[in-house]
Write a protein that binds this ligand. Structure first.
Ligand SMILES: NC(=O)c1ccc[n+]([C@@H]2O[C@H](COP(=O)([O-])OP(=O)(O)OC[C@H]3O[C@@H](n4cnc5c(N)ncnc54)[C@H](OP(=O)(O)O)[C@@H]3O)[C@@H](O)[C@H]2O)c1
Length: 142
């Protein structure tokens, strides 16, 4: 115990783990917002050491994981520039669930994919829906 309570507070602050999530679940991974802003921001955070968790992209139009990686690469090339090390790290963290929010199979696949997260307890959900938002109810039910 330190004589100065402020020192105790500093020790507590240093030893308290930062809140973090076990996976970043990213609905709308093939969308325009993802292309222009989210993938470039993810690369920037990874480059600075501020982001370290699996990224689970959910959408319909990417054929497979390589297709989503290629789209992420193109998006970063056009919006900020690719940092090869940070992009390799992003690419390694990326997973892809292909499916429609209207289908239970999509959420079954999502649950399966989340099973691989290191400590499957806390998920950070990021949802970019088209502006008509008719897919919100099935997404919330799922
Ligand atoms: N674009 C921007 O610069 C921007 C800026 C600020 C705010 N926003 C807001 O961000 C939100 C998203 O905009 P956006 O431009 O990214 O829209 P978008 O280009 O239409 O993308 C929508 C995304 O949702 C997916 N999606 C749509 N319906 C789905 C369904 N039933 N099942 C599974 N996936 C589905 C699409 O997947 P597939 O295409 O693979 O089917 C796509 O990945 C909107 O609310 C918009 O107002 C956008």
């Amino acid at each position: 115990m330190n004589e100065n309570p402020a020192d105790d507070a500093i020790v507590r602050k240093k030893s308290t783990p930062k809140p973090s999530s076990d996976a970043f679940v990213f609905f709308g991974a093939t969308g325009d917002l993802a292309y222009k802003q989210i993938f470039p921001a993810l690369q920037a955070m990874i480059r600075r050491g501020h982001f370290d968790m699996p990224i689970l992209g959910v959408a319909r139009s990417a054929k497979d994981l390589d297709g989503l990686r290629a789209r992420a690469h193109e998006s970063i090339e056009k919006h900020g520039g690719v940092d090869s090390r940070a992009f390799a790290a992003l690419s390694a963290k990326l997973q892809y669930v292909n499916g429609d929010y209207g289908s239970q199979e999509t959420f079954h696949q999502l649950r399966k994919a989340l099973g691989g997260a290191s400590r499957p307890l806390y998920y950070l959900f990021f949802i970019t829906l088209p502006s008509h938002q008719t897919c919100l109810p099935p997404l919330l039910r799922g």
